[in-house]
Design a protein around this ligand. Structure first.
Ligand SMILES: Cc1cc2nc3c(=O)[nH]c(=O)nc-3n(C[C@H](O)[C@H](O)[C@H](O)COP(=O)(O)O)c2cc1C
Length: 255
């Protein structure tokens, strides 16, 4: 299991939960590797050399890195993360919610590690289909987000001012993890994280332990497959599916 940790402070709630989580994995005999992004001094900035112009003269990220990926010529820090990813059957992404999203250092992990040829731009040779949203080179791996939020449970509830958790995490869970083919498990969200009692901490640890123990058999979020027949040739959900409805929810199977 690969644990990606994106928090600058070891002595934070996030740091304490990570330590409890890693202890649980050890106790249950799960091998794990840790990418502690701040502690590693992870560079989140895509290098200028990773930019190139495509034939239509648009600036694209990763077209050089596509060739570099195919030839194994990426920089050592990226290769090391890709090797860990390749090794892992499951990936934990742990971060505090900052400005309604992930910290920049973690975004920069995705930007640099999830290169063309590995995480996008993958074609099925037989059908010519682009493999994304449920299919791709990372298919077979599981992913789970562990996120702490300042917001209260009601504040991320159905009518909460922050929006719903599924919506806040949609760009990561659907737009990134599911895009690459990974199975995404329901997130573990620790709400009200700025005012935490010992009792709530114990509850959070127990929930975390249960989720980690069940990680390899828990049911993933049933996102729809792009190439599974639910979307038309323009990648629009067919009118007979969820008729008249729109929004992010329609991209997961109802019920
Ligand atoms: C820069 C910054 C932005 C934040 N943005 C949000 C936010 O958009 N929504 C939210 O619920 N909490 C937000 N918070 C609160 C953090 O999520 C909270 O402090 C953190 O999860 C607590 O865990 P920690 O002690 O491990 O840092 C923000 C905190 C910081 C420092």
């Amino acid at each position: 299991m690969l644990w990606i940790f994106a928090h600058p402070e070891q002595r934070s709630l996030s740091g304490a939960l990570r330590d409890e989580g890693l202890r649980t994995l050890r106790e249950h005999g799960h091998e794990h590797r840790l990418s502690d992004l701040y502690a590693m001094g992870w560079n989140p900035l895509v290098d200028a050399g990773d930019f190139a112009h495509d034939p239509a003269d648009r600036l694209v990220v990763g077209s050089r890195s596509r060739q570099a990926f195919d030839r194994g010529e990426l920089s050592d820090d990226i290769l090391a993360e890709q090797e860990k990813l390749d090794w892992a059957d499951a990936v934990i992404l742990q971060f505090p919610l900052w400005w309604a999203g992930m910290p920049a250092i973690l975004k920069g992990w995705f930007d640099r590690v999830f290169v063309k040829g590995l995480a996008y731009g993958v074609q099925d040779r037989a059908t010519g289909n682009t493999l994304r949203y449920g299919e791709g080179k990372l298919t077979g791996k599981r992913a789970m987000i562990i996120v702490t939020l300042g917001a209260s449970a009601s504040g991320v509830g159905p009518r909460g001012v922050n929006g719903e958790l599924d919506g806040l995490l949609f760009p990561i869970q659907h737009g990134t993890l599911w895009y690459t083919g990974m199975s995404v498990l329901p997130p573990l969200a620790v709400v009200g994280a700025d005012r935490f009692s010992d009792e709530r901490y114990q509850e959070a640890v127990e929930t975390l332990q249960k989720r980690l123990v069940a990680l390899l058999w828990e049911e993933p979020i049933p996102f729809r497959y792009q190439n599974g027949g639910d979307y038309d040739e323009h990648l629009v959900l067919r009118p007979e599916i969820e008729p008249g409805r729109s929004g992010l929810d329609i991209h997961r199977l109802a019920g």
